[in-house]
Design a protein around this ligand. Structure first.
Ligand code: SF4
Ligand code: SF4
Length: 475
């Protein structure tokens, strides 16, 4: 069995003496193995969990030992890990989580506290970028996640699986929900929340969730195809996303305008949810089902598939790997994934038919984890911001660190999410920028919540919105 000797390891860490803004001081006497030494009795503390739900398979049957062996325990990933920086705890670090996985792989039964530490991982992959030893942390997480589901609240799990399978892929139903949410926001019914006869704990939770929601804009269906007169340089397919198109429908319209201003024919074909939220929650079969539907639907189309949400783009680029071992789908999935381009990748390679107008504003750029760490798209967003005359781009400290959104992590692990957001907002405040720019709906929702909580007068933009403004916007 691997011993988690936190004292010895954390003393070697380059950042161990200074986790930085908002981080808890590292308690070098933490014995991580003691933190994890909890028995089955702990299971009864997890609502909806039964002992049979804890019958999770052995780590040896789930994890590839070679992936674990790649970790040399150097700790260089720790300064890149937002949950470690927020808590200063080894068990909330990539190295600590790899230890936990190794314990499991070597025969220790998975216990609730171990599962909790794995579950509190944001999946941001900052550690993977920082690791000098090439540890494929994402693969480890993907192998482990589906087997940790038994540790979660049974009812919540069922509800989430229903949402991933029946609501997110059903666009008319989703649009109806968006409409209802908009009506609720406009009616200010939320003011009645404090008077509702529900437990205080639930009221607090509902208020926290509400703080993550922006005002839902009026939904305007996207055109099935769009172009400008004159010469065309090709055809692209726009992947509009499910949640993205509800909360940021105007961004999808802006993206289509920009693509046509690069003389492209922009089409919006039939499509479904990318499955990212399902995959991140360990509901891998739902994610595979959605992947197969998207592959079939887009096989009827040609050209790049351009994505406005960094989280969806990362998932779509991973279909090839997800269906690698399925002989019927593997080749088709790889072909599909090779067509995926983030909107910033696509626009940075094209030529606009006119020059941008100046925007005299100072902005700072938060790099979405799923764009920078997973898709490895780092330069394109900055290159696009630089073409806007008058725009002052102020560098953001830890720009590539997760903001704590991570899909629906902020709804499920609100406390940790807010700690992570705190650190991000402190650095944003230091820039004194008038606006924050990012490229992922989850980040935009989270940063907007941060701005509101801090009562800052800072606008949060999707990069495409700002670029569209520079190129004339909607006429
Ligand atoms: S994951 Fe990589 S960076 Fe982190 S401890 Fe292991 S080898 Fe070092
Ligand atoms: S994925 Fe992100 S939160 Fe999880 S261990 Fe790596 S850096 Fe930390």
């Amino acid at each position: 069995m691997v011993e988690l000797d936190n004292q010895a390891n954390s003393s070697n860490l380059p950042n161990s003496a200074n986790p930085g803004i908002g981080a808890a001081p590292i308690n070098s006497s933490i014995d991580a193995s003691a933190q994890l030494n909890v028995g089955q009795a702990e299971a009864s503390k997890i609502p909806g969990t039964t002992s049979s739900a804890l019958n999770c398979p052995t780590g040896a049957s789930v994890l590839d030992p070679k992936l674990l062996e790649a970790c040399i325990h150097c700790g260089l990933c720790l300064p890149a890990c937002p949950t470690y920086l927020a808590t200063g705890r080894e068990t909330e670090s990539p190295r600590g989580r790899i230890y936990i996985l190794k314990m499991w792989q070597e025969g220790q039964a998975m216990e609730p506290r171990m599962a909790e530490h794995l579950d509190s991982c944001l999946g941001c992959m900052g550690c993977q970028t920082a690791c000098p030893s090439g540890v494929q942390y994402e693969k480890l997480l993907t192998q482990a996640r589906p087997h940790l589901q038994g540790f979660k609240d049974k009812r919540a799990r069922k509800l989430m699986a229903f949402a991933f399978d029946k609501i997110l892929p059903d666009y008319p139903r989703l649009q109806l929900l968006g409409k209802m949410l908009r009506m609720y926001q406009q009616s200010r019914l939320s003011r009645l929340l404090p008077a509702l006869p529900i437990p205080k704990k639930w009221k607090r939770r509902l208020q926290e969730w509400e703080s993550f929601l922006p005002e839902v804009p009026k939904f305007k269906p996207l055109p099935t195809q769009s172009w400008q007169s004159g010469e065309k340089t090709g055809e692209v397919q726009v992947f509009a996303g499910c949640v993205m198109d509800i909360f940021y429908n105007h961004v999808n319209h802006a993206a289509i305008r920009l693509l046509t201003k690069q003389r492209k024919i922009a089409k919006v074909p039939e499509q479904t949810c990318c499955g990212a939220l399902a995959a991140h929650a360990g509901e891998i079969e739902i994610a595979k089902k959605l992947a197969k539907q998207n592959i079939e639907l887009f096989e009827r189309t040609q050209g790049d598939i351009v994505v406005t949400s960094a989280g969806c783009g990362a998932m779509l680029k991973e279909y090839g790997e997800m269906l690698e071992h399925d002989p019927h789908w593997s080749k088709r999935a790889h072909e599909f994934s090779s067509r995926i381009k983030d909107i910033t990748e696509s626009l940075s390679k094209g030529q606009f038919s006119s020059a941008p107008n100046p925007i005299n504003k100072s902005v700072t750029y938060h790099a979405a984890c799923h764009l920078s760490h997973v898709q490895k798209v780092k330069d394109a967003p900055v290159e696009l911001l630089r073409i806007i005359p008058g725009l002052k781009l102020i560098p953001l400290e830890e720009a590539e660190h997760c903001c704590g959104s991570a899909g629906i992590y902020n709804l499920l692990n609100t406390e940790m999410s807010l700690k992570v957001l705190d650190r991000k907002m402190n650095y944003i405040k230091e820039t004194k920028a008038e606006a924050i720019v990012s490229t992922n709906p989850g980040c935009l929702l989270q940063l907007k919540a941060g701005v509101d909580n801090e009562k800052m007068n800072t606008r949060v933009y999707h990069l495409v919105e700002l670029l569209d403004e520079a190129f004339g916007g909607e006429k």
